[in-house]
Ligand binder design. Structure first.
Ligand code: SF4
Length: 505
């Protein structure tokens, strides 16, 4: 751990933000005040003028050299206390980032932006009436974001507005996420609710969970019908929702179509079939029977050793076979996920993954960068997994960007995660016209996502203010079986509260 000393006791949230900036350069750092064994020592100054100008300065003295930075920004209004805090955190982040870039020689492409949804910020400025040039100026000056990332954000926002021209009005509808918490085995990097299906089947939990899920779908569907609420998109995730049997899937989709209002108005239904080892001709027939044609078949990598190392328990050949089985059975909107920076993978392995993807030309390709999520097996046993350095990871991201362009894909959504390799991002690419509506609405938080099933989070987005509140269904199937009726009740109360004015209008 890198101990970093600062000259004053900052408020906890300021400290957290500065620690985040330090972590962009040093994987594991801790900011402390007056520590004798600190490796780096920062001296900050900050003040606010009467005309609401914020001034910050930072000096890093190390190895006989001094790295300094000054930053000033004037605001038109005094702002609320909360806004003042945000402004000061940003201004302090600026100077700290600047001196660390000078000292380390590294450049942070995302500047001081800590949020996971950069394009949401772009939409916010757009909705305030700013044009692209105004937004460019703010993202450069206030956030120090690189030209290439600003251009990526702009391209994605434009694409999203082509896909969903009524994006700004989507708050009057909602989307639905349905979580099925089972997988054949657990991948090493996974923190999703993904319980081994075989042992849970033996213990009777799969059937009990499915019984509960039918009830929850019916109850939530009833509320939506009673309140004339249309659904924009539905996403079956988990886990892997194709882990259950074909007849179980069939019965659940029947319940969904019977319970949800105006199924013909739902713009998209996706089923994650992420693990190729769960896909069978019978399950594809069920998907087709219900008109579900957007699925994910996720290779992650096209190197068998990697799949073994991350606990996927399927082979590369199986991914390829199941892709073609799906394609030949008439599935015409297939997403595939790749992960950059998997253990022991470098340029060569990633190039191989891109070459294999080129043969299949899925409608969309989501390129993730590996992130060490706190609760994953990979993070707990970090020493066991050797991953590529920052430079290599950055190069792989460039390869993905070039490859997608050469193969006729466009970027249409992006998000960042904590502890993501190289402080990069995850980008969803697709052939134009094949964008996933759900992926856009969840990333841009333009409407409520109603979560049903295990581990499903409901994100209530206030249609007037954009304010977000959340409710989490239990992750564990055993807990879900015991508590789903309470969860239904609480969510209905929250929905009534959120939409009460609109409903009574
Ligand atoms: S297939 Fe997906 S949900 Fe299942 S364990 Fe792997 S990463 Fe987790």
């Amino acid at each position: 751990m890198k101990k970093i000393e600062v000259n004053e006791v900052f408020k906890e949230d300021w400290n957290r933000v500065l620690n985040h900036i330090a972590n962009l350069f040093y994987e594991d750092s801790k900011i402390v005040v007056a520590a004798e064994d600190a490796e780096l020592s920062f001296h900050f100054q900050h003040s606010i003028d009467e005309d609401y100008t914020i001034h910050t300065a930072c000096e890093l003295a190390v190895d006989g050299s001094a790295y300094t930075s000054n930053y000033s920004i004037q605001y038109e209004t005094e702002g609320t206390e909360k806004e003042q805090g945000i402004r000061m955190k940003r201004a302090l982040s600026h100077v700290m980032l600047d001196v660390l870039e000078q000292y380390t020689g590294m450049t942070q492409q995302w500047g001081i932006l800590t949020g996971v949804r950069p394009t949401k910020l772009y939409h916010k400025y757009r909705q305030q009436g700013m044009n692209d040039d105004d937004i460019y100026a703010i993202l450069k000056k206030d956030f120090r974001i690189s030209d290439s990332k600003v251009a990526l954000m702009r391209e994605i926002v434009k694409r999203q507005l082509v896909t969903i021209p009524d994006l700004d009005e989507l708050g009057k509808e909602l989307s639905v996420y349905i979580g099925v918490p089972f997988c054949p085995t657990k991948c090493a990097y996974c923190t999703f609710p993904a319980y081994a299906i075989q042992s849970n089947r033996k213990a009777g939990r799969v059937e009990s969970f499915i019984d509960g899920l039918h009830i929850e779908i019916r109850a939530m569907g009833k509320w939506l019908k009673d309140n004339n609420m249309n659904i924009t998109s539905v996403y079956w995730g988990g886990g892997t929702p194709t882990s259950i049997e074909a007849h179980e899937m069939d019965a659940l989709y029947k319940t969904m179509f019977e319970s949800f209002p105006n199924p013909d108005k739902i713009r998209e239904i996706t089923v994650e079939a992420g693990r190729p080892d769960t896909i069978t001709p019978e399950k594809i027939e069920v998907l087709k029977k219900w008109g579900i044609d957007r699925i994910s078949v996720n290779p992650q990598s096209y190197t068998d050793e990697t799949l073994k190392a991350i606990g996927r328990h399927h082979t590369v050949q199986e991914t390829i076979d199941k892709f073609w089985l799906s394609r030949q059975s008439g599935m015409n909107n297939i997403n595939m996920d790749l992960i950059i920076g998997l253990p022991n993978e470098g340029i060569e392995e990633f190039q191989h993954s891109l070459d294999e993807s080129a043969k299949m030309q899925p409608e969309s390709l989501t390129v993730h960068t590996l992130s060490f999520k706190r609760a994953s097996e990979m993070t707990h046993n970090k020493d066991k997994y050797k991953v590529a350095d920052r430079e290599t990871v950055t190069k792989m991201m460039e390869m993905a960007s070039n490859w997608t362009e050469e193969n006729g894909y466009v970027p249409y959504y992006l998000y960042r995660q904590k502890n993501i390799l190289g402080n990069l991002e995850n980008v969803g690419y697709c052939k134009p016209g094949e964008e996933s509506i759900y992926n856009i609405v969840i990333m841009e938080e333009v409407q409520t996502i109603l979560g049903i099933g295990c581990g499903a989070s409901t994100k209530f987005v206030n249609p007037d203010t954009g304010k977000i509140t959340q409710f989490h269904n239990p992750k564990d199937p055993a807990a879900y079986i015991m508590t789903f009726e309470d969860a239904i009740e609480k969510k209905i109360d929250m929905l009534n509260e959120l939409y009460s004015t609109r409903i009574s209008q």
